[in-house]
Design a protein around this ligand. Structure first.
Ligand code: SF4
Ligand code: SF4
Length: 480
């Protein structure tokens, strides 16, 4: 074994809290918030995360401008109860799709988290991506590395300090405005947002109010609240302890290889270190100083850990310098660490992936077979049956049709299985695109076709000569 390297950035030794599970890393003994100044991460994981982040940011900010056949890529218009996913418009009538989609989403989260831990949080969560890849980078660019930031925070208010803080917070506010508007565009659509921006402000007071509210919320989160959002607010983070187990892959410290931890002496050989009963961890705290949530991963998996991989990069860099293998902190399951195994694809992982694929297929099948016209035919409220002058019995119905497509659709109704007449009051039904239409429908049947009281009624819905739906209802007649 070669002589261990001599030039390692070793911060001052710190006391290790043995009761870390009872304490927040971001609160002091009096419960006051400890502001974190994480060191800028560097290394292959950080580079890979940066590339993923740029891609996600492009999708996030470009998404509202993308339309598929004239419909937004993603729009969750809660106000008008209109939703668009991948250009397909969904209505509240699609409750089965929503219910199943939501169920699959929850199950997907549970299965994914049980297998891969907080991979989502570290790589793709908008909070992490925006905080670590946008706001933090701006902070490093303006205020410098973590030690410079600390020094600046402690320094008196000089012109230079005011200038730096003003510049940083102006950029933060401007970015928060962009993020707030992007969120608004995903809710009401980019066209409605453009109208708010270009129209007379007095006509869009609520829209402008939401714009200001979202801007302030995002500014508050990224300039001040930061990691506290993951620790205290995010329900996904809070659920971790119930979802992960000893086979879940998390960012983990290999305590078997690393302990006992101990400082590295200059020019110390590995054999000498082993004689001192020391492992590979040289207690340099580099993994702690880069952590954006302020924890020490060597204490084990913790609720605050968002699996951002910064500590993996930091420790790998140290391992390179002391000529020890990388991966003292790595993606691994607690069982994998216990047995000293590197990450491997287990049958359990394969099983989870198969379940996720099946869930995805189920949802796809539901979407493919989804009706593009939604129909309901209900008896007009308060209306009883009536006897007509030619001796027939009539019932009045309220017809509701929702056209979920982007085209106008002519629709025709025909009675099925029973002879009689069906009249749509108001004439031919032409369903406008993406709209709900209502019409009154009068059905007349001869008394000899009726059962006593209620008679089941089937109505076929036709468009372009093709039957597209069948509505079942009841016809009320006299009791015999
Ligand atoms: S785990 Fe790695 S980075 Fe952390 S203190 Fe030990 S050697 Fe340093
Ligand atoms: S412990 Fe490591 S992976 Fe977890 S949040 Fe801190 S730096 Fe990121």
């Amino acid at each position: 074994m070669a002589e261990l390297a001599k030039s390692i950035d070793i911060p001052r030794a710190r006391s290790v809290k043995t009761d870390f599970r009872d304490h927040l890393a971001t609160a002091d003994d009096e419960g006051r918030r400890k502001w974190l100044y994480p060191k800028k991460p560097r290394g292959p994981y950080y580079r890979a995360r940066s590339w993923v982040a740029w891609l996600l940011l492009a999708i996030m900010f470009g998404g509202p401008f993308v339309k598929i056949h004239g419909s937004p890529l993603l729009m969750i218009n809660i106000v008008e109860r209109k939703f668009s996913v991948l250009g397909v418009i969904f209505w509240p009538q699609d409750n089965m799709v929503f219910a199943l989609g939501f169920l699959l989403f929850l199950m997907g989260i549970a299965v994914f988290t049980a297998a891969f831990g907080r991979l989502w949080c570290g790589w793709t969560c908008p909070q992490t991506v925006l905080m670590e890849m946008v706001f933090r980078k701006i902070e490093y660019a303006i205020e410098g590395e973590s030690f410079a930031q600390k020094r600046l925070a402690a320094a008196p208010w000089t012109v230079a300090k005011i200038g730096k803080k003003l510049l940083k917070h102006t950029i933060f506010l401007a970015l928060s405005f962009v993020i707030g508007n992007t969120l608004l565009a995903y809710i009401i659509g980019i066209d409605a947002l453009q109208q708010i921006v270009t129209d007379d402000p007095r006509s869009h007071l609520s829209g402008l109010g939401f714009m200001a509210l979202f801007t302030l919320v995002f500014y508050g989160i990224f300039a001040w609240f930061r990691e506290q959002a993951c620790t205290f607010i995010c329900p996904y983070g809070r659920l971790q302890s119930t979802l992960i187990d000893e086979n879940t892959i998390v960012v983990a410290y290999d305590n078997k290889r690393g302990e006992g931890r101990g400082r590295l002496r200059r020019a110390e050989l590995l054999e000498a270190r082993r004689q001192r009963k020391l492992g590979d961890c040289i207690d340099c705290f580099n993994c702690v100083t880069v952590c954006p949530t302020g924890i020490d991963i060597r204490d084990g998996t913790q609720m605050e850990c968002v699996n951002c991989t910064a500590c993996m990069d930091a420790c790998d860099e140290v391992m390179d310098k002391i000529a020890r293998p990388r991966g003292l902190i790595r993606y691994a399951s607690p069982n994998g660490i216990e047995k000293g195994e590197r990450l491997r694809v287990t049958p359990r992982l394969i099983g989870y992936c198969v379940i996720l694929c099946l869930l995805g297929l189920g949802l796809t099948a539901l979407l493919v077979t989804r009706k593009y016209i939604d129909t309901s035919l209900l008896r007009a409220p308060g209306a009883l049956f009536q006897a007509t002058t030619d001796g027939k019995i009539s019932n009045l119905y309220l017809l509701k049709l929702t056209n979920k497509t982007r085209n106008q659709i002519p629709v025709e109704l025909k009675l099925q299985e029973l002879e009689g007449s069906l009249t749509v009051l108001g004439g031919q039904l032409n369903l406008p695109a993406e709209k709900q239409t209502q019409a009154s429908v009068l059905v007349e049947l001869a008394p000899d076709k009726l059962q006593s009281g209620k008679t089941p009624l089937k109505v076929g819905v036709f468009s372009g000569g093709k039957q597209i739906d069948t509505i079942k209802t009841v016809f009320i007649g006299p009791r015999r």
